[in-house]
Design a protein. Structure first.
Length: 363
């Protein structure tokens, strides 16, 4: 058995291929958290029909795309900023806010800390606790806020815990942050997968608060990580202007524009995705809840965090076991506050989920 200390991201299939000798095309990635339906037939047909779009520059203001996103999100087009994936927008926003000290709710996505560090800032973590099933305690959290913090970062639903914060709870947090002059960045990459999305999404709060920016992308829900199309929503028009002033022109290709204007209106695909994920989330959660070898935490996203209860079994052991059967899960020991007893995997098609379940539950 190969022993190594690598921690693989869901996109690291080339590394997997090199280390394990398994062709990346044969691997079912339960680590990337991407919609198992893949690219929608409508999007595939639209891109084929509009291939000639690459012969012209896109509209510099992306007016039509922003209008389409605004309609999808229920906001004003003037509140929408588009970018080359949400990663570009995270970077631009942190550059503009330039916080000396930032508070991040963790364990979570590592890119936040990286961008804060590149800007010369320091990252502090507010740890979600296992005894609370990794759910945020708003009252205690608010009591920890103070004027020394310039930026708060919250992923909602959170990766890797799949826990979520309601809009009511977010409103209380924003009120407290307003008092301490803290700007808030909320990453809603996974919110569209949630059954109670209408209770979770903070986009409606941008109508009332000017100290919040909501980030989303198309990589996960629309199964288009290679498209590099992200967007942000904020009611702070000064911030919109600042981001657009700093942003390079034409960072989104003409094909990405055509794709965006198609996918946000693809109601059949959106409905089918939510139906599949909702059913599999409930089924898999129930299966693992009944198994003595795992403790699982109520998921809101399209993935689930599981704690290994078997004493002599680690997250790397299960990663190795799954990859040998051409399935890739996430060993969560590289996340802050998690150790080698935690794994994360997303919900794929039922037959794939069944195969992974048999693999992980095997003695």
């Amino acid at each position: 058995m190969i022993k190594h200390k690598d921690h693989f991201h869901g996109s690291d299939l080339e590394k997997i291929e090199e280390i394990y000798g398994i062709r990346k095309e044969e691997i079912v990635s339960f680590s990337a958290n991407v919609n198992p339906l893949g690219v929608s037939p409508l999007l595939r047909a639209t891109l084929a029909e509009q291939i000639d779009a690459i012969t012209t520059y896109p509209d510099r203001e992306y007016t039509s795309l922003r209008r389409c996103i605004a309609q999808y999100c229920g906001t004003d087009p003037e509140n929408v900023i588009v970018g080359n994936g949400s990663t570009e927008l995270i970077s631009l926003f942190i550059q503009i806010e330039h916080p000396k000290k930032a508070l991040v709710v963790g364990p979570t996505y590592s890119e936040y800390e990286r961008e804060i560090s590149l800007g010369g800032g320091t990252t502090l973590y507010y740890p979600l606790r296992e005894k609370d099933s990794f759910r945020l305690n708003p009252e205690h959290f608010i009591s920890c806020l103070n004027e020394s913090i310039g930026l708060l970062v919250i992923c909602n639903p959170n990766n890797p815990t799949s826990s979520s914060i309601t809009r009511k709870e977010m409103r209380s947090i924003l009120d407290a942050c307003k008092q301490h002059d803290i700007y808030v960045m909320v990453d809603e990459t996974y919110v569209e997968f949630a059954d109670n999305m209408e209770e979770i999404s903070a986009i409606p709060l941008t109508n009332y608060y000017n100290n919040v920016m909501i980030l989303r992308g198309t990589s996960k829900f629309f199964a288009a990580p290679g498209l590099r199309l992200g967007y942000a929503v904020t009611g702070n028009r000064d911030l919109v202007k600042a981001v657009n002033t700093r942003k390079n022109p034409w960072t989104i290709s003409s094909l990405a524009v055509a794709a965006g204007e198609t996918m946000f209106r693809d109601t059949d695909y959106i409905r089918e995705t939510r139906k599949l994920i909702s059913a599999e989330r409930t089924r898999i959660y129930d299966l693992f809840s009944e198994h003595s070898g795992f403790k699982v935490y109520q998921p809101s996203g399209n993935f689930i965090l599981a704690r290994i209860l078997t004493e002599d079994l680690t997250s790397m052991d299960l990663f190795e076991r799954a990859i040998r059967e051409k399935m890739m899960i996430r060993d969560c020991s590289s996340f802050p506050f998690l150790d080698n007893k935690y794994i994360r995997f997303c919900f794929m098609k039922p037959e794939d989920n069944d195969r992974l379940t048999r693999c992980l539950m095997r003695n």
